[in-house]
Design a protein around this ligand. Structure first.
Ligand code: SAM
Length: 273
Protein backbone atom coordinates (compact mmCIF):
# COMPACT_ATOMS: atom_id res chain seq x y z
CA UNK A 1 0.00 0.00 0.00
CA UNK A 2 1.36 3.42 -0.95
CA UNK A 3 1.88 6.27 1.53
CA UNK A 4 1.94 9.93 0.52
CA UNK A 5 5.29 11.54 1.26
CA UNK A 6 5.85 15.30 1.32
CA UNK A 7 9.40 15.56 0.02
CA UNK A 8 11.19 18.06 -2.27
CA UNK A 9 10.95 17.22 -5.97
CA UNK A 10 14.74 16.77 -6.30
CA UNK A 11 14.66 14.04 -3.69
CA UNK A 12 11.74 12.24 -5.38
CA UNK A 13 13.45 12.53 -8.76
CA UNK A 14 16.76 11.16 -7.43
CA UNK A 15 14.85 8.27 -5.85
CA UNK A 16 13.18 7.50 -9.17
CA UNK A 17 16.46 7.83 -11.06
CA UNK A 18 18.04 5.27 -8.69
CA UNK A 19 15.09 2.93 -9.25
CA UNK A 20 15.27 3.12 -13.06
CA UNK A 21 19.06 2.72 -13.00
CA UNK A 22 18.60 -0.35 -10.81
CA UNK A 23 15.93 -2.03 -12.95
CA UNK A 24 17.35 -1.24 -16.40
CA UNK A 25 19.55 -4.40 -16.40
CA UNK A 26 16.55 -6.42 -15.17
CA UNK A 27 14.47 -5.09 -18.07
CA UNK A 28 17.25 -5.74 -20.58
CA UNK A 29 16.78 -9.42 -19.66
CA UNK A 30 12.97 -9.43 -19.45
CA UNK A 31 11.56 -7.08 -22.14
CA UNK A 32 12.24 -9.37 -25.12
CA UNK A 33 15.29 -7.63 -26.62
CA UNK A 34 16.22 -10.78 -28.56
CA UNK A 35 12.78 -10.86 -30.22
CA UNK A 36 13.15 -7.19 -31.13
CA UNK A 37 16.63 -7.78 -32.59
CA UNK A 38 15.22 -10.71 -34.57
CA UNK A 39 12.86 -8.23 -36.25
CA UNK A 40 9.59 -8.56 -34.30
CA UNK A 41 7.18 -5.67 -34.79
CA UNK A 42 7.43 -4.02 -31.43
CA UNK A 43 4.97 -1.14 -31.25
CA UNK A 44 1.33 -1.90 -30.41
CA UNK A 45 -0.90 -1.87 -33.51
CA UNK A 46 -3.21 0.77 -31.97
CA UNK A 47 -0.26 3.14 -31.52
CA UNK A 48 0.94 2.60 -35.09
CA UNK A 49 -2.56 3.32 -36.41
CA UNK A 50 -3.11 6.42 -34.28
CA UNK A 51 0.33 8.00 -34.81
CA UNK A 52 0.32 7.32 -38.56
CA UNK A 53 3.20 7.47 -41.03
CA UNK A 54 6.52 8.54 -39.48
CA UNK A 55 8.76 7.93 -42.52
CA UNK A 56 11.36 10.73 -42.76
CA UNK A 57 9.82 12.61 -39.81
CA UNK A 58 11.71 13.86 -36.76
CA UNK A 59 10.36 12.18 -33.63
CA UNK A 60 11.14 13.15 -30.02
CA UNK A 61 10.47 10.22 -27.66
CA UNK A 62 10.03 11.33 -24.04
CA UNK A 63 10.77 8.85 -21.19
CA UNK A 64 12.19 6.36 -23.68
CA UNK A 65 13.67 3.98 -21.05
CA UNK A 66 16.33 1.81 -22.77
CA UNK A 67 15.05 2.62 -26.23
CA UNK A 68 13.14 -0.42 -27.50
CA UNK A 69 10.06 1.57 -28.56
CA UNK A 70 12.36 4.33 -29.82
CA UNK A 71 14.33 1.96 -32.07
CA UNK A 72 11.06 0.42 -33.30
CA UNK A 73 10.18 3.94 -34.54
CA UNK A 74 13.55 4.10 -36.31
CA UNK A 75 12.60 0.85 -38.07
CA UNK A 76 9.43 2.63 -39.22
CA UNK A 77 11.59 5.36 -40.79
CA UNK A 78 11.60 8.03 -38.05
CA UNK A 79 14.61 10.27 -37.32
CA UNK A 80 14.63 9.69 -33.62
CA UNK A 81 15.77 11.50 -30.47
CA UNK A 82 15.05 9.67 -27.21
CA UNK A 83 15.16 11.23 -23.75
CA UNK A 84 15.21 9.61 -20.32
CA UNK A 85 16.13 10.49 -16.74
CA UNK A 86 18.15 7.32 -16.11
CA UNK A 87 21.82 7.27 -17.21
CA UNK A 88 21.75 3.44 -17.18
CA UNK A 89 18.73 3.43 -19.52
CA UNK A 90 20.35 5.93 -21.91
CA UNK A 91 23.63 3.97 -21.98
CA UNK A 92 21.68 0.77 -22.73
CA UNK A 93 19.67 2.56 -25.46
CA UNK A 94 22.87 3.80 -27.12
CA UNK A 95 24.40 0.35 -27.12
CA UNK A 96 21.18 -1.28 -28.40
CA UNK A 97 21.02 1.28 -31.20
CA UNK A 98 24.53 0.22 -32.30
CA UNK A 99 23.79 -3.49 -31.91
CA UNK A 100 20.58 -3.24 -33.96
CA UNK A 101 22.20 -0.91 -36.48
CA UNK A 102 19.32 1.54 -36.02
CA UNK A 103 20.78 5.05 -35.65
CA UNK A 104 19.21 7.38 -33.10
CA UNK A 105 20.24 10.10 -30.64
CA UNK A 106 19.71 9.46 -26.93
CA UNK A 107 19.91 12.17 -24.29
CA UNK A 108 19.92 11.82 -20.51
CA UNK A 109 17.70 14.54 -19.06
CA UNK A 110 14.75 15.18 -16.81
CA UNK A 111 11.82 16.04 -19.11
CA UNK A 112 11.49 19.34 -17.24
CA UNK A 113 15.13 20.33 -17.98
CA UNK A 114 14.98 19.34 -21.65
CA UNK A 115 14.71 22.89 -23.09
CA UNK A 116 18.16 23.55 -21.52
CA UNK A 117 19.63 20.29 -22.88
CA UNK A 118 18.25 19.98 -26.42
CA UNK A 119 17.78 22.34 -29.36
CA UNK A 120 15.41 22.16 -32.29
CA UNK A 121 11.78 21.32 -33.02
CA UNK A 122 10.19 18.04 -34.08
CA UNK A 123 7.40 16.77 -36.35
CA UNK A 124 6.21 14.38 -33.63
CA UNK A 125 6.54 14.21 -29.84
CA UNK A 126 5.70 10.72 -28.56
CA UNK A 127 5.47 9.10 -25.12
CA UNK A 128 3.83 5.88 -23.94
CA UNK A 129 2.95 3.34 -21.26
CA UNK A 130 4.05 4.02 -17.72
CA UNK A 131 4.99 7.66 -18.14
CA UNK A 132 2.61 10.12 -16.44
CA UNK A 133 2.92 8.66 -12.94
CA UNK A 134 6.58 9.85 -12.80
CA UNK A 135 5.69 13.48 -13.51
CA UNK A 136 5.11 16.05 -10.76
CA UNK A 137 3.60 18.83 -12.91
CA UNK A 138 1.54 18.09 -16.05
CA UNK A 139 1.12 21.73 -17.09
CA UNK A 140 4.92 22.18 -17.18
CA UNK A 141 5.27 18.82 -19.02
CA UNK A 142 2.79 19.94 -21.71
CA UNK A 143 4.66 23.26 -22.10
CA UNK A 144 7.86 21.27 -22.78
CA UNK A 145 5.99 19.28 -25.46
CA UNK A 146 4.64 22.47 -27.09
CA UNK A 147 8.16 23.99 -26.99
CA UNK A 148 9.60 21.07 -28.98
CA UNK A 149 6.82 20.77 -31.58
CA UNK A 150 7.13 22.43 -34.98
CA UNK A 151 4.02 24.41 -35.99
CA UNK A 152 1.67 21.70 -37.29
CA UNK A 153 3.59 19.02 -35.36
CA UNK A 154 1.77 16.19 -33.60
CA UNK A 155 1.84 15.08 -29.96
CA UNK A 156 0.73 11.52 -29.13
CA UNK A 157 0.49 9.65 -25.83
CA UNK A 158 -0.85 6.21 -24.84
CA UNK A 159 -0.73 5.37 -21.13
CA UNK A 160 -2.53 3.49 -18.39
CA UNK A 161 -5.95 5.01 -17.76
CA UNK A 162 -6.06 7.20 -14.61
CA UNK A 163 -8.85 4.99 -13.23
CA UNK A 164 -6.49 2.00 -13.23
CA UNK A 165 -4.30 3.57 -10.57
CA UNK A 166 -7.17 3.83 -8.07
CA UNK A 167 -7.46 0.05 -7.66
CA UNK A 168 -5.40 -2.06 -5.29
CA UNK A 169 -2.17 -3.38 -6.76
CA UNK A 170 -2.87 -7.00 -5.96
CA UNK A 171 -4.85 -7.76 -9.07
CA UNK A 172 -8.13 -7.10 -7.27
CA UNK A 173 -10.66 -4.47 -8.29
CA UNK A 174 -11.12 -2.77 -4.92
CA UNK A 175 -10.85 1.02 -4.88
CA UNK A 176 -7.80 1.88 -2.79
CA UNK A 177 -6.27 5.21 -3.85
CA UNK A 178 -7.78 8.59 -4.64
CA UNK A 179 -8.68 9.28 -8.26
CA UNK A 180 -7.51 12.87 -7.82
CA UNK A 181 -4.04 14.40 -7.97
CA UNK A 182 -2.24 15.29 -4.76
CA UNK A 183 0.87 17.43 -4.60
CA UNK A 184 2.81 14.98 -2.42
CA UNK A 185 3.83 11.86 -4.35
CA UNK A 186 2.92 8.32 -3.34
CA UNK A 187 5.89 6.48 -1.87
CA UNK A 188 5.95 2.79 -2.86
CA UNK A 189 8.52 0.97 -0.75
CA UNK A 190 7.00 -2.46 -0.14
CA UNK A 191 8.23 -5.83 -1.38
CA UNK A 192 6.32 -5.70 -4.68
CA UNK A 193 8.22 -7.40 -7.48
CA UNK A 194 9.29 -5.61 -10.64
CA UNK A 195 6.45 -5.28 -13.18
CA UNK A 196 8.40 -7.19 -15.85
CA UNK A 197 10.30 -9.73 -13.73
CA UNK A 198 8.32 -11.15 -10.82
CA UNK A 199 11.47 -12.80 -9.42
CA UNK A 200 13.12 -9.41 -8.83
CA UNK A 201 12.19 -7.08 -5.95
CA UNK A 202 13.68 -3.60 -6.47
CA UNK A 203 15.63 -2.19 -3.51
CA UNK A 204 14.90 1.42 -4.48
CA UNK A 205 11.49 2.91 -3.63
CA UNK A 206 9.45 4.83 -6.19
CA UNK A 207 7.70 8.20 -5.97
CA UNK A 208 4.61 8.51 -8.15
CA UNK A 209 1.83 10.97 -8.86
CA UNK A 210 -1.76 10.34 -9.92
CA UNK A 211 -3.32 12.44 -12.69
CA UNK A 212 -6.94 12.55 -13.78
CA UNK A 213 -8.38 12.56 -17.31
CA UNK A 214 -9.19 16.28 -16.96
CA UNK A 215 -5.66 17.06 -15.68
CA UNK A 216 -4.21 15.46 -18.85
CA UNK A 217 -6.58 17.11 -21.32
CA UNK A 218 -6.43 20.53 -19.67
CA UNK A 219 -2.61 20.48 -19.55
CA UNK A 220 -2.47 19.85 -23.30
CA UNK A 221 -5.04 22.58 -24.04
CA UNK A 222 -3.37 25.12 -21.72
CA UNK A 223 -0.07 24.58 -23.55
CA UNK A 224 -1.81 25.81 -26.73
CA UNK A 225 -2.17 22.43 -28.48
CA UNK A 226 -5.36 21.48 -30.37
CA UNK A 227 -6.91 18.21 -29.23
CA UNK A 228 -7.67 15.74 -32.06
CA UNK A 229 -8.92 12.81 -29.96
CA UNK A 230 -8.94 11.24 -26.52
CA UNK A 231 -9.71 7.50 -26.66
CA UNK A 232 -10.35 5.00 -23.87
CA UNK A 233 -9.81 1.26 -24.25
CA UNK A 234 -11.07 -1.70 -22.29
CA UNK A 235 -8.89 -4.08 -24.34
CA UNK A 236 -6.29 -3.93 -27.13
CA UNK A 237 -4.84 -6.26 -29.75
CA UNK A 238 -1.44 -6.09 -27.97
CA UNK A 239 -0.42 -7.21 -24.49
CA UNK A 240 0.94 -3.85 -23.41
CA UNK A 241 1.09 -4.76 -19.69
CA UNK A 242 2.51 -8.15 -18.60
CA UNK A 243 -0.55 -8.84 -16.38
CA UNK A 244 -2.91 -8.62 -19.38
CA UNK A 245 -4.57 -11.84 -20.54
CA UNK A 246 -6.11 -12.72 -23.90
CA UNK A 247 -9.92 -12.88 -24.01
CA UNK A 248 -12.04 -15.15 -26.20
CA UNK A 249 -12.25 -12.34 -28.80
CA UNK A 250 -8.43 -12.27 -29.05
CA UNK A 251 -7.99 -8.89 -27.33
CA UNK A 252 -5.80 -8.38 -24.23
CA UNK A 253 -7.06 -6.88 -20.98
CA UNK A 254 -6.71 -7.30 -17.22
CA UNK A 255 -8.29 -10.42 -15.72
CA UNK A 256 -11.49 -10.55 -13.63
CA UNK A 257 -12.71 -7.04 -14.35
CA UNK A 258 -16.04 -6.68 -12.50
CA UNK A 259 -17.58 -4.53 -15.29
CA UNK A 260 -16.02 -3.19 -18.50
CA UNK A 261 -13.61 -0.40 -17.47
CA UNK A 262 -11.19 1.84 -19.38
CA UNK A 263 -7.67 0.54 -18.71
CA UNK A 264 -5.69 2.43 -21.35
CA UNK A 265 -6.13 5.85 -23.00
CA UNK A 266 -4.63 7.56 -26.01
CA UNK A 267 -4.55 11.24 -26.90
CA UNK A 268 -3.46 13.03 -30.04
CA UNK A 269 -3.09 16.80 -30.40
CA UNK A 270 -1.21 19.18 -32.68
CA UNK A 271 0.45 22.57 -32.47
CA UNK A 272 -1.48 25.10 -34.57
CA UNK A 273 0.28 26.67 -37.52
C1 SAM B 1 7.85 2.68 -17.83
S1 SAM B 1 9.27 3.46 -18.43
C2 SAM B 1 8.97 4.05 -20.04
C3 SAM B 1 7.97 3.50 -20.82
C4 SAM B 1 8.31 2.64 -22.02
N1 SAM B 1 7.04 2.38 -22.61
C5 SAM B 1 8.94 1.33 -21.65
O1 SAM B 1 8.25 0.49 -21.03
O2 SAM B 1 10.07 1.10 -22.01
C6 SAM B 1 9.33 5.02 -17.58
C7 SAM B 1 10.61 5.82 -17.88
O3 SAM B 1 10.41 7.16 -17.44
C8 SAM B 1 11.67 7.68 -17.06
N2 SAM B 1 11.45 8.88 -16.26
C9 SAM B 1 10.88 8.98 -15.04
N3 SAM B 1 10.81 10.27 -14.66
C10 SAM B 1 11.37 11.01 -15.66
C11 SAM B 1 11.60 12.40 -15.85
N4 SAM B 1 11.23 13.28 -14.94
N5 SAM B 1 12.20 12.80 -16.99
C12 SAM B 1 12.60 11.89 -17.94
N6 SAM B 1 12.39 10.56 -17.82
C13 SAM B 1 11.79 10.12 -16.69
C14 SAM B 1 12.31 6.52 -16.30
O4 SAM B 1 13.71 6.65 -16.20
C15 SAM B 1 11.86 5.32 -17.15
O5 SAM B 1 12.85 4.92 -18.06
Amino acid sequence: MAKTEKIPYDQAREGNRALWDEITPVHLRSYGVERFLAGEQWLPAQILREVGDVEGKTLLHLQCHFGLDSLAWVRQGALLTGVDLSPASIKAAQSLSQKANLPATFICSDVYDLPQNLEGQFDIVFTSIGVLCWLKDLDAWARVIAHFLKPGGVFYIMDGHPLLYTFDDEGGWRFELSYFHQEAPYLWDDDSPDYMDSSYVPQSPSYEWQWTVSDIINAVLKAGLRLEFFNEFEALTDQIYPEMVQRADGLYTFPNMPVPLPVVFSLRAHKPG
